[in-house]
Design a protein around this ligand. Structure first.
Ligand code: NDP
Ligand code: 2IT
Length: 448
């Protein structure tokens, strides 16, 4: 018996009841479930095997205490998480987020999204996410190292190149991955390169992994623009955030001939009409770990807007690259009114459901994160591939693979949107492609 909208609603209600207060997780589940009715009509076996109900329940959730000592000798206690959501397509794979706002529900929403994103890449990786409410801001390297060592002392027993392979996310970059890898190696007495990705290229990291999420998101938007005979050439763009994803989004937009006039951090917005100077942003954020406000001290013609919103700045292409729910209905309306024609999500779930509805009603090009930002995890899978064969590919070769993967994800999402009667609806396309790949494997594996 195929199941209809009403039963999907009941499954969603059950998810809400079983996961009280986890609003971001509810939001991510709802967005996926809303698009699945036609899939269940086409593949009745998915309902019979209760695939949706099973997919919404993580295979395993690990929550642990992370005690460590700060530089003054004071004891600090954080909470660590790893949600191993789904492993039918490969070992659990997904980043670690270190940010004071992290709760179990945050990690669950990210892990849930990761299942479908990873399936979209076509690479053999399952879905997971982890992290901690640890705040690396203002902490010394030594403090970050002690925190990472304590975090890994517990987490190592749940990881392995065939089991679970974390990487970075907000607050976790090459520095943190280095400390985590060092502690894993020490605890296990194994140089197991493929247990973490996002490593430095000097010891097993893939070239292009650092750039991959931003580059990939721009490639995806470029593919969308092509469907309307457009390109980045000469387009005015705004990018939110100024972290890893934002920086390499800006870099690729510039390479493709666009002009980025604004970026931000949690303190405020930099507006630089003649174009953001990327070297300054890299120096401030990657080297000095400073606030973006300092940019305006270095470029007198740039303006710093404390507490401002990048979405107030008129643009043709918007690339949210900071965090979840950073672009709400009002911001979406402003973007549309100001002439924005394309939105590509470098971040995970940055647009609220109302914002998404506004973009879709305005018929502008809109790429959901699980498709647009899949280049990061796809390149992580390329890193695992290189580690497994003890090889190291050139920058050019790896970037070409990334480009091919993003083009293929776009093609699959677009063609699926056409097949299911909603041409250009990338939300529907991405959810259906990702879900179907996971669901088919789940049916094939029996009741596990
Ligand atoms: P970074 O830590 O490098 O940068 C995060 C940026 O977003 C910073 O500018 C930060 O400002 C801002 N930001 C973070 N949290 C908030 C918040 N609560 N409110 C306002 N601003 C905030 O992280 P990434 O660039 O790696 O990640 C950015 C987004 O991309 C996230 O949604 C992540 O899940 C997603 N993503 C990342 C991938 C990766 O490979 N790294 C892959 C796919 C998706 P501040 O410094 O002031 O906090
Ligand atoms: O959200 C994401 O896809 C990531 N943070 C990257 C995950 C990974 O394993 O590279």
């Amino acid at each position: 018996m195929p199941i209809g909208r009403e039963q999907i609603e009941q499954i969603y209600e059950q998810v809400v009841r079983r996961n009280p207060g986890e609003l971001e997780f509810h939001q991510a589940v709802k967005e996926v479930l809303e698009t699945l009715t036609p899939v269940l009509t086409k593949y009745p076996q998915f309902a019979e095997h209760k695939i949706i109900q099973r997919i919404c329940e993580p295979e395993r959730q690990i929550i642990f205490r992370v005690p460590w000592q700060d530089d003054r000798g004071e004891v600090q206690i954080n909470r660590g998480f790893r949600v191993q959501f789904n492993s039918v397509l490969g070992p659990y794979k997904g980043g670690l987020r270190f940010h004071p706002s992290v709760l179990l529900g945050t990690i669950k929403f990210l892990g849930f999204e990761q299942i479908f994103k990873n399936a979209l890449t076509g690479m053999p990786i399952g879905g997971a996410k982890g992290g901690s409410d640890f705040d690396p801001k203002g902490r010394s390297d030594d403090e970050v190292m002690r925190f990472c060592q304590s975090f890994m002392t517990e987490l190592h027993r749940h990881l392995g190149e065939y089991t679970d392979v974390p990487a970075g996310d907000i607050g976790v970059g090459a520095r943190e991955i280095g400390y985590l890898f060092g502690q894993y190696k020490r605890m296990t007495n194994r140089y197991e390169s493929a247990v973490l990705t996002g490593k430095s290229p000097h010891w097993g990291g893939a070239l292009v992994r650092k750039e991959a999420t931003g580059y990939g998101a721009v490639y995806f938007v470029d593919e969308m623009l092509k469907t309307r005979g457009e390109s980045f050439e000469g387009k005015v763009c705004v990018v939110s955030g100024s972290g890893n994803v934002a920086i390499y989004t800006i870099e690729k937009i510039l390479e493709l001939g666009g002009r980025v006039v604004a970026c931000s951090d949690s303190g405020g917005v930099i507006y630089h009409e003649r174009g953001i100077d990327l070297d300054t942003v890299k120096q401030l954020k990657e080297v000095e770990r400073k606030r973006i406000s300092v940019y305006a001290d270095l470029h007198k013609d740039a303006k710093y807007i404390p507490g401002g919103s990048v979405w107030d700045i008129p643009c043709q292409v918007a690339m949210p690259s900071a965090t979840q729910n950073e672009l709400d209905g009002d911001a979406a309306r402003r973007l549309v009114t100001n002439g924005c024609i394309a939105v590509g999500e470098g971040a995970n779930m940055p647009t609220t459901p109302e914002g998404v509805r506004i973009f879709q009603e305005a018929k502008i090009l809109y790429a959901p994160g699980k498709a647009a930002n899949a280049g990061g995890v796809a390149t992580s899978a390329l890193e695992m591939q290189q580690n497994a064969s003890r090889d190291a590919w050139s920058f050019e070769h790896t970037e070409r693979r990334l480009h091919e993967i993003m083009t293929e994800i776009h093609r699959a999402c677009y063609e699926t949107s056409v097949e299911f009667g909603s041409p250009g609806n990338y939300v529907l396309g991405a959810n259906i492609v990702g879900f179907t790949r996971v669901a088919e494997a789940m049916v094939a594996f029996g009741l596990i």
